[in-house]
Design a protein around this ligand. Structure first.
Ligand code: URA
Ligand code: SF4
Length: 207
């Protein structure tokens, strides 16, 4: 089975993890991506935000949530009273998956499958073990399935505080929609307000 496990160092904190992730060959997604996009933020962050996988901009820049979805997320966090600079931000899958009709044509995001999410899980587990956040904000269905299993339904649990064992540790989680879903929504303003009110639940759980 695909797995990142043999590539994950057992010690050395975030710098060692970030360095080792650049050489991960745990699943085929590293082949077509430009580079790994590891999590960003401080070891002492109180909140960890988990997205799906890097997008086009993230793949080019090597940093999570720097494209349009990231801009929207930062604004929503600030509106909810969470300082984006104080959060640790990462993804369930660390390499960009896409389809491309021809070279030099636009790269279109493709959702990672269960095998790829499972393969990449050891990186997320290692990030959780090092950062030990007080709260995990789960951004959308892929992150939810990666952390909470395939029966996860974002519409059923968004904006609530869940207590679950994740990779052997008791965690508190607040699921919400993915910021890309807000960008795609027919009623963007309502979708944005929904995201902010879920993040306000997270802000209250942190205070
Ligand atoms: N969407 C994600 O899920 N993660 C990113 O880093 C960017 C867009
Ligand atoms: Fe490794 Fe994850 Fe990249 Fe697959 S997606 S190669 S498991 S870092």
């Amino acid at each position: 089975a695909y797995t990142a496990e043999p590539f994950v160092p057992g010690r050395g904190g975030l710098p060692a993890l970030r360095k080792a992730a650049a050489g991960c060959r745990g699943c085929p997604l590293h082949r077509d991506a430009t580079q790994v996009v590891f999590g960003a933020g401080n070891t002492d962050a109180r909140v960890m935000l988990v997205g799906e996988q890097p997008g086009d901009q993230e793949d080019r820049q090597g940093k999570p949530f720097v494209g349009p979805a990231g801009k929207l997320l930062d604004r929503a966090l600030a509106d909810a009273g969470i300082d984006p600079g104080e959060a640790y931000v990462t993804n369930a899958v660390k390499h960009f998956k896409f389809t491309q009709a021809e070279p030099r044509k636009r790269r279109i995001h493709k959702a990672p499958n269960l095998r790829e999410m499972t393969a990449c899980g050891p990186w997320l587990a290692a990030e959780l073990a090092v950062v030990e956040p007080e709260l995990i904000v789960v951004l959308g269905a892929t992150a939810g399935k990666a952390l909470l299993g395939s029966s996860f339904r974002v519409t059923q649990v968004r904006g609530t505080v869940l207590e679950e064992e994740i990779h052997g540790r008791p965690e508190r989680l607040v699921p919400t929609v993915h910021p890309s879903a807000v960008l795609r929504s027919d009623d963007r303003e309502a979708a944005y307000q929904g995201l902010v009110s879920d993040l306000e639940v997270a802000a209250r759980a942190l205070s």
